[in-house]
Design a protein around this ligand. Structure first.
Ligand SMILES: [Zn+2]
Length: 321
């Protein structure tokens, strides 16, 4: 059977998020929206169209531990006794989200936002934004959690779906592929709009992982898959995934070239570049572009087009002539 899309509203820029329902042989949901009354109502309405309520859900499968994908997990599990399934590498984010958000915030405050050269005021805005998200999360009790691993097969709707690791937007993101019907539950890997390559906290004594170059590698692996229909985390299901991937790449390379031209013109810090590239946003919203920009700079650095010098703790980018 095909996944049934239930569209749930979020308060984020991304708009709505998709929860996918399989009704047979038992009710299973893949992802479940943010924890708001509007999202809960939309989920109830969507399930109601199939004669179900959240209490009927037996399993909830989470593609990646971002709040728009697992926000209602604790509530659904409490009501239904549903098992909550997630890749082992991401499980801690569901069980102890505040701890992990806190660690990432520490890394941002003490390292990343300083290296990016953000003003104090802008850094406070970024940290407040994430603190607000962390505050609103209800952790999922560890007793409800069941984990799978990359390469495992999940039974959804009576078919077996292979778990693929697709990092870049989230380092723990998994997608699910059904080779016979060539269906692909893509989470936020394949979306009409490029997903934000979130900068993650590196493991102790490890360098920061460049999220956009990693995303580009995952795109290549998606391109190689034989897919009929993509069921994305946001927006409507679509076909021709290779065409979407090509469009994504072209846009990323165009924006990367714009970033390079600005470095050449004398914008040397990520903050200065962000303010230039996202000048069409009000200042208080420009940080939304920071992750993409860092991504373009990471690509340029990987391609040997720019070099980075750390001056007074701030990354300074220079074009390699
Ligand atoms: Zn998402």
């Amino acid at each position: 059977m095909k996944p049934i899309r239930i569209e749930l509203p979020t308060e984020f820029d991304v708009g709505s998020v998709n929860s996918y329902l399989f009704t047979e042989p038992e009710p299973v949901l893949v992802d479940c929206g943010v924890e708001t009354a509007a999202s809960w109502d939309a989920l109830n309405a969507g399930l109601g169209q199939h004669g179900l309520t959240p209490a009927d859900i037996r399993r909830l499968v989470i593609t990646h531990p971002h709040v728009d994908h697992f926000g209602l997990a604790a509530k659904i599990a409490a009501l239904s006794g549903a098992q909550v399934w997630i890749a082992d590498m991401g499980a801690e984010w569901l069980i102890e989200p505040k701890k992990l958000f806190g660690l990432r915030a520490d890394y941002y405050r003490d390292h990343f936002l300083l290296q990016a050269g953000l003003s104090d005021e802008m850094a406070q805005l970024v940290l407040a934004y994430f603190a607000q998200i962390a505050d609103d999360i209800t952790p999922v009790p560890a007793a409800c959690i069941h984990t799978f691993q990359v390469g495992d097969w999940l039974s959804l709707g009576g078919a077996d779906w292979q778990v693929l690791h697709m990092p870049g937007h989230a380092s723990h993101q998994t997608c699910f592929y059904q080779p016979d019907s060539r269906q692909f539950l893509s989470a936020d890997m394949l979306l009409p709009k490029t997903p934000t390559p979130i900068v993650e906290r590196p493991l102790p004594n490890q360098p920061r992982q460049p999220s956009l170059p990693i995303y580009m590698e995952s795109l290549k692996r998606c391109e190689a898959l034989d897919i009929d229909t993509v069921y994305p985390g946001h927006g409507e299901p679509f076909q021709n995934h290779r065409q979407l991937i090509q469009t994504q790449r072209e846009r990323i390379h165009k924006r990367k070239a714009e970033a390079l031209a600005l470095v050449q013109q004398g914008y040397h810090t990520a903050y200065a570049l962000m303010n230039e590239m996202y000048a069409h946003y009000p200042p208080a919203f420009r940080f939304a572009g920071l992750w993409m920009l860092i991504g373009y700079l990471d690509l340029l650095e990987a391609e040997g087009r720019v070099r980075v010098e750390t001056v007074g703790g701030v990354w300074q980018y220079y074009v390699i002539e």
